[in-house]
Design a protein around this ligand. Structure first.
Ligand SMILES: C[S@@+](CC[C@H](N)C(=O)[O-])C[C@H]1O[C@@H](n2cnc3c(N)ncnc32)[C@H](O)[C@@H]1O
Length: 200
C-alpha cells in the first residue's frame, strides 16, 4: 500500500481524516500500528494527566500516529514548543506537521533516538510517552527500545498505554519498576497506562 497522504483527507473533518489515515496504516502494517482505531479522548486525557515536566523540559511522544494524544497534551498545558513527537510513517508525520502547528515533528525511528532527536532536547525530557505496541515485540527489541530511551532521557523511564490486563512488558527481566497508574473502559479496547522506570 502506498504511503502518501491521501488527497481527500485534506478536505475531510479531522476526526474522520484521523480514522481513515489510521485504518489505512493498520491495513498496511497491523503490527506497527497495534490498534485499528486511534486512542479515545478519555485515554488521551488519562495519559496527559500523568505527564511530569519542569518548565524548561520537553515531553517526548513516540508513535504519535494521527496526533490524538498530542492534541490532548497541548490541551493539558504542554506548550507546543516543548512537545516533540516521533512517528516512523512519513505520511503520518506529514499529517502531524500539517495539524500540529508549533510542535516539533520528527519522522524517525523511536528505536534510534540518539540519532533522530534534536540535540537541544537530549537529557532535557520530563516525560516520555510510548504509543508503539511494544508488547508485540521480542524481548531483545524491547531492550533495544529501553536503551534508545535511556540514551536521550536517562533514568526517566516512560509511560506506555496498552490493552493488556497485566503488564505488557516483562518488567523484572527488563530491570524495570512497573506501576499501573490509570485504566479506562472508555477506549477500544479498554486500556491501562503503565509507568516504567529503570530499577535501582
Ligand atoms: C497504536 S498507534 C498509536 C497512535 C496514537 N498515538 C494513538 O494513541 O492513537 C502506534 C503508532 O506508532 C508508530 N510507530 C510504530 N513503530 C514506530 C517506531 N519504531 N518509531 C516511531 N513510530 C513508530 C506507528 O506508525 C503508529 O502511528
Amino acid at each position: 500500500m502506498r504511503d502518501t497522504l491521501p488527497r481527500p483527507l485534506a478536505a475531510a473533518p479531522r476526526h474522520r481524516a484521523n480514522a481513515t489515515l489510521f485504518l489505512r496504516r493498520w491495513l498496511a502494517n497491523p503490527l506497527q500500528m497495534g490498534s485499528v482505531v486511534p486512542s479515545s479522548p478519555v485515554l488521551c486525557r488519562r495519559v496527559a494527566e500523568l505527564v511530569r515536566r519542569e518548565p524548561e523540559e520537553y515531553v517526548l511522544e513516540l508513535g504519535a500516529g494521527t496526533g490524538v494524544l498530542s492534541r490532548a497534551l497541548l490541551r493539558h498545558g504542554v506548550p507546543p514548543e516543548r512537545l516533540i513527537v516521533v512517528e516512523i510513517v512519513p505520511s503520518m508525520a506529514a499529517w502531524l506537521r500539517e495539524t500540529l502547528p508549533g510542535v516539533r515533528v520528527v519522522c524517525g525511528d523511536a528505536f534510534d533516538l540518539a540519532r533522530s532527536l534534536p540535540p537541544e532536547a537530549r537529557q532535557r525530557i520530563g516525560t516520555v510517552i510510548c504509543g508503539i505496541p511494544l508488547v508485540l515485540l521480542p524481548i531483545e527489541r524491547q531492550r533495544h527500545f529501553l536503551q534508545s530511551v535511556q540514551s536521550v532521557a536517562e533514568g526517566r523511564g516512560f509511560l506506555l498505554y496498552s490493552y493488556c490486563v497485566t503488564s505488557p512488558l516483562p518488567w523484572r527481566k527488563l530491570q524495570l519498576q512497573a506501576q499501573r497508574e490509570a485504566w479506562t473502559p472508555w477506549n477500544i479496547p479498554p486500556a491501562s497506562v503503565w509507568r516504567y522506570t529503570p530499577a535501582g
